[in-house]
Design a protein. Structure first.
Length: 216
């Protein structure tokens, strides 16, 4: 059985309970914490399978406690090329999961937030669906077909992630499209809305970022 990999990073998570609510939907799951993300796992009473990073955001006492409870601790030097979140993603991809859900990837550091959003592209060659989950939204990449679930009136934004995204068809949206193009650098796809509980997106070529806002 292919598992779902939960990655918990150290960015802002206003309510760690959101992680628990997503876990309750998955029968088979593995939890990977990027460095200080282990604190959020502790908040919801979860012992991570793996804690990975340079460990500059978590103290040794906490790490020892996690190790005693069965967590695998993978340490890296702080002089590394990847962020802790990228290391966690690379580890998750080796597990060949069905789905990767990334929490704590969006925070007050815009550079880290952008870098984490760009990590969405790293899962494409592996054929693994990767979604960034925030308490306000979910972010994912479409290169073929996808659906968006929510409530009627819920805001969904579409942002080109390649110079040109062509053959875009939208169904179930206030502003539908049929075989349309979007160019990177334009705001055409911002603030569309669902007309029901599900919208459908199709892309013929290129990469399209979808931001599904949970609030109306």
């Amino acid at each position: 059985m292919q598992v779902t990999a939960f990655i918990i990073s150290g960015g802002r998570i206003s309510d760690p309970g959101i992680i628990r609510s997503w876990m309750e939907k998955e029968a088979a799951a593995v939890v990977i914490c990027a460095d200080g993300g282990a604190r959020y796992a502790e908040d919801i009473g979860v012992v991570p399978s793996v804690v990975i990073g340079d460990m500059d955001s978590i103290d040794e006492k906490h790490l020892t406690s996690l190790e005693e409870k069965g967590s695998l601790i993978i340490r890296y030097s702080r002089f590394k090329d990847e962020t802790d979140t990228e290391l966690a993603l690379n580890y998750a991809l080796t597990l060949k999961p069905r789905l990767i859900l990334l929490f704590g990837a969006i925070g007050t550091r815009i550079d880290h937030s952008l870098a984490n959003i760009f990590l969405l592209a790293g899962a494409v060659p592996e054929g693994v669906e990767l979604r960034i989950i925030d308490d306000r939204c979910e972010i994912f990449l479409v290169t073929d077909k996808a659906s968006v679930r929510g409530r009627s009136g819920q805001t969904v934004s579409l942002i080109p992630f390649s110079p040109l995204v062509s053959g875009i068809t939208l169904r179930g949206f206030e502003y539908p499209l049929r075989d349309a193009d979007m160019k990177m650098g334009l705001s055409l796809g911002i603030s569309n809305r669902l007309t029901g509980t599900e919208g459908f997106i199709e892309v013929k070529s290129g990469r399209l970022i979808v931001v599904n806002n949970f609030e109306l």
